[in-house]
Design a protein around this ligand. Structure first.
Ligand code: CAO
Length: 417
């Protein structure tokens, strides 16, 4: 066994370079080319590899130290004999000089030994901090800069690629929290409900792959609401209770007929847009098991009362877990209504392969000025999210304006037919 000192190699013109990472520990057995420390200058950072293998006897440096060529990084207990080692040191020194000469031409920032392909990345402290904040492990980020150095863009691309579609299945990378939750107090651990487990990757896929735009709009539904509350059974004289959602669904079908881009799906493999000639609306249903989105098929052929009844039936089937799986597929567009609960505007997430979703909030009274008079009107808040690859902003707004008209005073009666 012999003691070998591993020293800081030639770094060209750079002096007093800061150590930002010590990548090994006392007593650790290392191999030749394993990274020992990371040095950081103003413009670049680089990892210094070991020139020998052996067991670390003593580390001479720590984070924050400023080092120069020839400073001892650590001492190794090595099985390699000193003579051979010395020769190799000389050879390595020569090699690093050669690298220095060849890199000086291309590297204006810092000439440095080759970065070992050890899976460790070189990156500036700023980029490392950025990666930490995003929960990304910098050591697995592929650097596209010189010598594999990781840039901020590399980190962003890495985070985006965390969710990759693989044969239709979305794989989510798991992150380990820096501190466990129980370190901060009492906790309970429960299984994720089955429906949430199934819908989670679908939501992540939609949110990360579809460029969402959400258009908010206030729709004056005063006349529609008056009409809705005036409905009664012709024979029994009893009041008919129909959910506002049935009117909204009817208006949405009318809008889908006017704007076929909303009743479409993207075929990204063949670069085509598929236009559907059927009208099957999906409805987000809140169940004790989680959110489900069953479809009402051929809803364009139903009247308001039938839509209301069908909505009750499918939401009951969902809550009792009696609905067929196929009923969650093959939709035109989805309505996510929180109106029965509360809230105004929100950002509904598109349900792929659909390209748009309509979010509904709770209607409220608002004082508005019409023809110089301040009057109270019933306002319905809507939030339309659409896939910007298929639908332009102008079309998104036109769609909302059209919906407003469908639910407004001139059209409400027509919808009831
Ligand atoms: N503004 C004001 N009141 C509204 C309204 C609106 N936009 N929409 C419904 N209401 C009223 C209804 O008229 C009804 O009032 P009455 O009892 O006085 O007649 C009451 O709210 C209850 O409505 P509801 O929610 O039970 O029924 P619905 O037909 O409006 O909705 C369904 C059916 C299945 C969509 C609903 O039960 C549901 O599950 N909603 C939640 C959907 C959800 O979670 N979406 C979020 C998806 S993203 O996580």
């Amino acid at each position: 066994m012999s003691k070998i000192k591993i020293i800081v190699p030639d770094m060209g013109d750079f002096k007093d370079v800061e150590i930002i990472e010590v990548l090994v520990k006392d007593g650790q057995t290392i191999k030749k080319n394993d990274s020992l420390i990371t040095l950081e200058s103003d413009k670049s950072s680089v990892e210094v590899p070991s020139t020998h293998s052996g067991k670390i006897e003593n580390i001479n440096v720590s984070i924050g130290d400023k080092v120069n060529k020839g400073d001892t990084i650590l001492t190794l207990d090595s099985a390699e004999n000193k003579k051979g080692a010395k020769k190799r040191v000389e050879k390595v020194d020569k090699e690093s000089k050669e690298v220095e000469v060849s890199q000086k031409v291309v590297l204006p920032a810092m000439s440095a030994p080759e970065v070992p392909k050890s899976g460790k990345s070189s990156a500036s402290p700023k980029v490392r901090k950025f990666a930490r904040e995003l929960g990304a492990d910098i050591t697995v980020v592929q650097g596209t800069q010189r010598s594999g150095r990781v840039s901020e863009d590399d980190v962003k691309n890495f985070v985006r690629s965390q969710v990759t579609v693989n044969g239709g299945k979305v794989e989510e990378k798991k992150y380990v929290e820096e501190y466990s939750h129980e370190e901060f107090g009492e906790i309970q651990i429960k299984d994720i409900p089955r429906v949430k487990k199934l819908s989670g990757p679908h939501l992540v896929r939609s949110w990360t792959e579809i460029p969402h735009v959400t258009q908010h709009e206030e729709i004056d539904i005063t006349e529609m609401e008056q009409f809705r509350s005036s409905l009664y059974d012709y024979y029994t004289g009893e009041k008919i209770k129909v959910t506002p959602l049935a009117f909204i669904a009817k208006a949405l079908i009318s809008a889908l007929k006017e704007f076929p881009n909303f009743n479409a799906s993207l075929d990204t493999i063949n670069n085509k847009i598929i236009y559907k000639e059927y009208f099957h609306l999906g409805f987000a249903v809140d169940t004790p098991h989680g959110l489900m989105v069953p479809k009402i098929r051929n809803i364009d052929q139903m009247n308001i009362k039938e839509i209301g009844q069908e909505l009750k039936e499918i939401s009951k089937l969902c809550r009792e877990l009696k609905i067929d799986k196929k009923e969650f597929f093959g939709g035109s567009m989805t309505i996510s209504s929180l109106g029965g609960i509360g809230g105004t505007f929100f950002t509904p997430i598109i349900n792929p392969p659909e390209v748009a979703i309509l979010g509904i909030g709770k209607s409220f009274d608002k004082l508005v000025k019409i023809n110089g008079k301040i009057i109270s009107r019933k306002i319905l808040p809507i939030s339309l999210s659409y896939d910007h690859r298929v639908i332009d902003g102008a079309e998104g707004v036109r769609f909302c304006v059209y919906l407003s008209k469908c639910l407004g005073k001139d059209f409400a009666f027509k919808l009831a037919v």
